[in-house]
Write a protein that binds this ligand. Structure first.
Ligand code: SDX
Length: 443
């Protein structure tokens, strides 16, 4: 095997001096070590292929930094989540979703006039081109709302031609604000369509979260009063889901954007990736799992299944690629869950009791302790959504509404990075070596 040691060269740039045993013979290789403001340093391997004729290999990117970013920092061991340096717990308790959106997209907490201008712009982009309503009629009423969202968000690029030129900063800003503003309207329409109820237009006198509840639950037959406690709880949930570093869906948006695809197409790609039950689809899967468990007496049976390597079942809402300690968002959501349920008079909600019992048992089990599997952001969000009367199939849609802000912020950062180029990973090829075609009659 080769040798490796950290060296400091004359410019005081740390380097890792490795001498790998390569097929062509050992050869010294200097890997610059880049240090960020927080978190692990990175080995700059951009020259490895040119200098060694070897690729690096990291399926699932467990040890690979795909980009440089200033937006979100996670310390998985300490359960820390910062957005532009601000702890998620403080933002959830003291900020609003649109203020966090401005923070993530623009880079700092807005002044009052900046905040007012941002809110005004988002508010006045919440309507949709009227012809977009026709897209919904093409879906079956029982279509999963995430299937609808993938379709209609991608379709926005067929309507807003004045914000497709990604080389024009003004068009990038308009497209970004349109996406943040229209996601609640599109999401509420997907819900109304599934219910067979008429679509409800947004109202400019309501806040972002009030409007989302209004568009989902108001009916033409009577006045709908938004419950301020539910609106605040929803706003907090949106904050907790806004961004999360280079997760699967954000990486999807960045990769799509690296080809020059328009922002509507990139966000549609992010929505498609978020839908997976290992990612944003987990909140829906948690509720389905709790309902399948049904009673706390059956918890040991499901814990046993989760530990069985031959059983594909996993305890949904548990575990995380980065958090090897409590997901700080889950803690805030647990508290919010209790608040919402008590306001709604569901404090004895059997699902919450079952979830708390499951969490208690799982966290005492050596398997979960050893593998550091704690509840993640998806564990409690579904219980709150259900208590608010939101159907399970809409949970990931609401996650997508929130994460659109993070996807846009990350996409913008990438588009403004002068060094950005198309993402094009390589592979370790283990297929057939060259062979000649054989006629079918001779196979
Ligand atoms: C989100 O990346 C993000 O930031 C995502 C997210 C965001 O905000 O964007 O935080 C949102 O997606 C949260 C995660 C929601 N998903 C779930 O709740 C689904 C259940 N969780 C697992 O599928 C899993 O924990 C993942 C996908 C979340 C993480 O998978 P990893 O990092 O690839 O970990 P792994 O699959 O390699 O698991 C390590 C070990 C394995 O056992 P061994 O092979 O080492 O013996 O832990 C086991 C796994 O079998 N394990 C579980 C488990 N999660 C991991 N065993 C039982 N139940 C689980 N939930």
């Amino acid at each position: 095997m080769g040798t490796a040691e950290m060296i400091e060269d004359e410019q005081d740039i740390a380097k890792l001096d490795v001498t790998p045993d390569l097929p062509g013979g050992s050869k010294p290789l200097d890997l610059p070590i880049l240090q960020g403001t927080m978190g692990p340093s990175v080995l700059d391997i951009r020259k490895v292929y040119a200098e060694t004729d070897c690729f690096t290999f990291d399926p699932g990117f467990t040890s690979t930094a795909s980009c440089e970013s200033k937006i979100t920092f996670i310390d998985g061991d300490k359960g820390v989540l910062l957005h532009r340096g601000y702890p998620i717990e403080e933002l959830a308790e003291q900020s609003s979703f649109l203020e966090v959106a401005s923070l993530l997209i623009e880079g700092d907490l807005p002044t009052q006039s900046q905040y007012d201008a941002f809110v005004n712009d988002i508010t006045h982009h919440s309507m949709l081109h009227e012809q977009l309503r026709g897209f919904y009629d093409g879906f079956r009423r029982d279509a999963h709302p995430m299937a609808i969202m993938v379709g209609v968000v991608g379709a926005l690029s067929a309507f807003y031609h004045d914000s497709l030129d990604i080389s024009d900063e003004k068009q990038r800003i308009i497209a970004s604000h349109r996406l943040v503003a229209k996601m609640p309207t599109l999401a509420a329409m997907a819900y109304k369509y599934s219910m067979g109820q008429p679509f409800v237009y947004p109202r400019n006198d309501l806040s972002y979260s009030e409007n989302l509840l209004h568009m989902m639950f108001s009916m033409p037959t009577e006045e709908y009063k938004v419950d301020p406690v539910l609106a605040r709880a929803l706003d907090k949930i949106l904050i907790l889901h806004a961004d999360h570093e280079q997760n699967a869906s954000t990486s999807t948006v960045r990769l799509a954007g690296s080809s020059g695809a328009n922002p509507f197409a990139c966000i549609a790609a992010g929505i498609a990736c978020l839908w997976g039950p290992a990612h944003g689809g987990a909140n829906e899967a948690v509720l389905n799992m709790l309902e399948e468990i049904g009673h706390k007496d059956r918890i040991p049976e499901f814990i046993k299944r989760a530990k069985d390597k031959d059983d594909p079942f996993r305890l949904m809402g548990f575990g995380h690629r980065v958090y090897k300690n409590y997901d700080p968002r889950a803690q805030v959501l647990h508290n919010t869950c209790k608040e919402v349920l008590s306001v709604l008079g569901h404090q004895d909600d059997p699902l919450l009791e079952l979830a708390q019992e499951l969490e208690k048992i799982a966290l005492e089990d050596p398997y979960f302790i050893e593998k550091k599997l704690y509840p993640n952001v998806d564990f409690y969000s579904g219980i709150i959504f259900k208590a608010m009367g939101i159907p399970t199939s809409m949970f990931t849609v609401l996650f997508a509404v929130a994460r659109t802000v993070g996807w846009i912020a990350q996409w913008k950062e990438m588009m403004e990075d002068p060094s950005q180029r198309i993402g094009r990973p390589r592979q370790l090829y283990t297929g057939h070596t060259p062979r000649s075609f054989v006629e079918r009659a001779k196979r």
